[in-house]
Design a protein around this ligand. Structure first.
Ligand SMILES: Cc1cc2nc3c(=O)[nH]c(=O)nc-3n(C[C@H](O)[C@H](O)[C@H](O)COP(=O)(O)OP(=O)(O)OC[C@H]3O[C@@H](n4cnc5c(N)ncnc54)[C@H](O)[C@@H]3O)c2cc1C
Length: 408
């Protein structure tokens, strides 16, 4: 008989298990994969952006409507406490741009090892290859779980099974079924932090080409719906990259009403007039070159032939032969490369799942279910998601810690 059965060996579950163990509770952590923290290991391409230096208020704002719910969890275990926790396991952290915090080692597995040691230090029993199939409950009180290898009994159960993205890491939406079996409502999951497919097929030839320091604006039916400055990346299906991912949640929300028009200002620091005079200067200096070659002063080489095509200029035309109307078309395109987003990539490819267990059915001060005594929730399974920058891991750590801190 356990005091606490933790379902899911991701950051939320491991933190909860370790915290409850440190309070002297008898804890078992059940992980369906053969290894803990598979998703944690791929965070930020294995570098693991563990948290952000943002203030509590900015954290709460970053989670949108889910923010106020996380206040108690963040107050109990915030970004500073997380960094102190990691340091206590020998992991120094460094701050990169936009307040992103990484382990100094730049290795996600150092974070995983810290969590494993934390659980080991506090005598948490860990069972990998242990797939939880059902919750056992009676009269709105949970009593244990059924796994692929038998029953496990416990007074408190944490559902920390993650969202629905990257199912190969183990998070395939199991938590939604477990939660609804004890009466919880699931806000339909959808992808947040996701790339998009474009109507324009020419993007394929630019696969892997980045566009740096660009300003991206998204419109629907002529109305601006989102904008972002930063980097985008062409892919074989459309566009991805940090800026696109950061504005993706808003775009995903609009796509059911039709396609979304994108304008990428490739030279946001310059007005059209300034760009025209820089272009003229380039033409004067390199008049004998093709205009396509001249364009590489402004845009990636691979994009130049597509640019010529979109401007309706013969690709081999010499720079010196470019007419004023053609120059105008080039400047217009530099200030607004048009793309049309037709759909988002599947939820399986999302960095984070939006939607999940409805928050007003959970006590935000303890993470306990208001519907079934002894059931707790933490991490991405909740109807909470944040932007890139370490906000999603911090949400998992904070909510997991609070659950582990709260069980009786
Ligand atoms: C490519 C990628 C990069 C990312 N990078 C970052 C980043 O740098 N910074 C950041 O803040 N966020 C990042 N995220 C998001 C972050 O990884 C997640 O928000 C976070 O891992 C959620 O933690 P969790 O513990 O709630 O769920 P998960 O990490 O998904 O863990 C859930 C665990 O539960 C297990 N499980 C599921 N069902 C069962 C079951 N029935 N029985 C037993 N076990 C079960 C799963 O196998 C899994 O191990 C990234 C996500 C992706 C996909």
């Amino acid at each position: 008989m356990y005091d606490f059965i933790v379902i899911g060996g991701g950051p939320a579950g491991m933190m909860a298990a370790g915290r409850a163990g440190s309070r002297g509770k008898k804890v078992v952590l059940l992980e369906k994969k053969d290894q803990l923290g598979k998703k944690l290991l791929i965070c930020a391409s294995g570098r693991c952006n563990v948290t952000n230096t943002a203030s509590l208020d900015l954290f709460i704002k970053a989670y949108g409507k889910g923010g106020p719910f996380l206040r108690a969890a963040l107050q109990t275990f915030d970004n500073e406490k997380l960094c102190s926790f990691l340091l206590s396991y020998g992991i120094e952290t460094v701050v990169e741009n936009k307040g992103r915090v990484f382990p100094k080692s730049q290795k996600a597995d150092s974070v995983l090892k810290a969590l494993e040691t934390y659980m080991h230090d506090h005598k948490v029993t860990i069972q990998t290859n242990s797939h939880v199939l059902r919750l056992n409950s009676k009269s709105n009180r949970v009593s244990g779980v059924e796994t692929n290898s038998g029953s496990i009994f416990g007074n408190n159960i944490l559902i920390a099974t993650g969202g629905r993205s990257y199912p190969a890491t183990g998070s395939a939406g199991d938590g939604y079924k477990l939660a609804s079996s004890v009466g919880h409502t699931i806000c339909p999951p959808y992808p947040a932090i996701i790339a998009f497919e474009t109507e324009e097929t020419w993007v394929k030839s630019l696969q892997g080409t980045p566009m740096k320091n660009v300003h991206i604006t998204a419109y629907q039916s002529g109305k601006k719906i989102a904008e972002q400055f930063g980097e985008a990346l062409f892919t074989h299906y459309g566009v991805s990259g940090p800026s696109i991912l950061d504005m993706s949640k808003r775009i995903v929300g609009c796509l059911p009403d039709g396609s979304v028009q994108i304008r990428i200002d490739l030279k946001p620091k310059h007005t059209p007039e300034e760009l025209d005079s820089i272009l003229l200067d380039q033409i004067k200096r390199h008049g004998s070159k093709t205009m396509k070659a001249c364009l590489t002063f402004f845009i990636p080489e691979k994009l130049a032939p597509i640019f010529m095509n979109l401007c309706n200029i013969e690709p081999q035309k010499k720079a010196s032969q470019i007419t004023a109307p053609e120059r105008k078309r080039i400047v217009k395109l530099l200030k607004g490369l048009p793309l049309t987003f037709t759909r988002h990539r599947p939820i399986e490819e999302a960095i984070v799942t939006a939607g999940g267990i409805r928050l007003d059915e959970i006590d935000a001060k303890t993470m306990q279910s208001k519907l079934c005594e002894g059931v707790y929730f933490a991490g991405e399974v909740l109807d909470i998601d944040g932007p890139t920058g370490g906000f999603n891991l911090q949400a998992a750590f904070s909510s997991g810690y609070l659950a582990g801190d709260s069980i009786e």
